[in-house]
Design a protein around this ligand. Structure first.
Ligand SMILES: [Zn+2]
Length: 419
């Protein structure tokens, strides 16, 4: 006897429908005998969504203590440095906890959050470590020690990074393009790698998040990854300067990222509004070279980055929104691209986070997401709601399908936006 039978599921890239059995929290072969049956009628079913890059400590602070009038990255950093003054553990936990619930409702079960550690009291980090404990098995939360003001350009930055690692982060971060000089930027990358190696941690660095084509710290990350044998354990986030590099340099760099076995996280929501701010027309869009990276075999995934904070006032924690925006800015509108965009918010992101046992297969965890749409392309186009989210066989989120009616020819007609 199964605990649950899901009929008529359409898995990613599959044209045929299949049935999925669930017993004791695991996916098993379908059987007719089940305590509960849910008919999915061709709905898309994916493994849990994975959020590889978000800033939970800053989330939901938009307008506090003051609005970002210019919308620029640097005004955002200045506002955040003021907001940090009044931070409390309870304040961070309340906002981060709310966004985690939003993410779970969208089907996200694994989250990597950067946490600003440029605070002598490390309040945000203490809060998120407490939250990581409290959410238990509901979701998986990885924390990155993120030095928003720099490691060598902020008083006590190196010490704060070391203390953050001792408190219990999973990943070491950095922000080399924000250090005072090119040399300090290089040193900050080397510092982050050395700290990660010393404690057996992964690396995820905010790298070259600028339109300055002289910002070239990703090459230092690739060299360190190769030198230290850290293939598969290193992520470069943003890398927007790559948009502006000359093509010969970008080609060599991308081949070296592939050789190093690095992951790249692109953050299309924030970078769509933050990049190109110093340009006269034509204005660069400042996204990293997603298609070229993927063609070279680099693992690319999509991050949401901010959720209503000083840098980005929009968002609701849904990776599908970020994928939708990347489809536009990354010229990913080809027939195969919706499935690739889904890879970038599921399996690719799972690889970057080093998740073990991830994916839909018999014997694996019955953790999955049911979309209110039949295919990846339709889910993306409609930003489809998640009808059902299962974690180890338990329903952890569900959404009632919306029903829309239009007045037409003297009566009312339903509209489902499907062709
Ligand atoms: Zn970020």
């Amino acid at each position: 006897m199964l605990d649950l039978l899901l009929t008529g599921a359409r898995l990613p890239r599959a044209s045929d429908l299949c049935d999925l059995g669930v017993r004791e929290g695991r996916l098993v072969a379908p059987e007719p005998d089940a305590r509960q049956v849910i008919h999915l009628e061709g709905a898309l079913v994916t493994p849990p969504l994975v959020e590889p890059h978000v800033h939970l400590d800053a989330a939901l602070t938009v307008g506090d203590p003051r609005p970002n009038r210019s919308g620029s990255l640097f005004e955002g950093i200045a506002i955040w440095s003021e907001r940090v003054q009044g931070l409390t553990v309870e304040d961070v936990k309340r906002r981060a906890g709310r966004v985690l619930r939003w993410q779970l409702a969208h089907g996200v079960q694994h989250v990597r959050s950067h946490v600003d550690v440029c605070d002598p009291e490390l309040r945000a980090l203490r809060a998120l470590i407490e939250l990581r404990e409290e959410i238990g098995d509901r979701m998986e939360l990885q924390l990155v020690a993120f030095p928003q003001q720099g490691i060598f350009s902020f008083d006590g930055g190196q010490d704060l990074m070391r203390r953050a690692v001792e408190l219990g982060v999973d990943v070491v971060g950095g922000i080399p393009h924000y250090e005072l000089t090119r040399e300090l930027g290089v040193r900050s990358v080397e510092f982050a790698f050395a700290l990660a190696v010393e404690h057996g941690l992964r690396v995820d660095i905010h790298c070259d998040e600028t339109d300055d084509d002289h910002s070239r710290f990703v090459e230092v990350m690739a060299a360190e990854t190769i030198r230290l044998g850290m293939a598969g354990r290193v992520t470069a986030s943003h890398t927007t300067a790559m948009h502006s590099y000359n093509n010969a340099y970008a080609d060599r760099l991308i081949r070296n990222l592939a050789r190093a076995g690095m992951h790249v996280v692109t953050n299309p929501l924030d970078n769509a509004v933050l990049q190109g701010r110093f340009d006269a027309y034509p204005v660069r869009r400042g996204h990293t070279r997603v298609r070229e990276l993927m063609s070279a075999g680099v693992n690319v995934c999509i991050g949401h980055d901010s959720v209503m904070d000083p840098w980005y006032p929009f968002g609701c924690g849904d990776p599908l929104q970020a994928a939708f925006v990347l489809a536009h800015h990354g010229h990913l509108s080809g027939a195969e691209d919706p499935a690739r965009l889904f890879d970038m918010i599921t399996v690719n992101a799972a690889r970057a986070l080093g998740l073990e046992g991830y994916g839909l297969r018999e014997g694996g965890p019955a953790s999955l997401v049911v979309f209110d749409a039949p295919t990846e392309a339709e889910a993306l186009r409609l930003l489809a709601r998640r009808r059902l989210v299962l974690r180890r066989g338990e329903v952890v989120a569900r959404t009632e399908p919306a029903r829309t009616l239009v007045a037409w020819d003297g009566g009312e007609e339903p509209v489902d936006f499907l062709p």
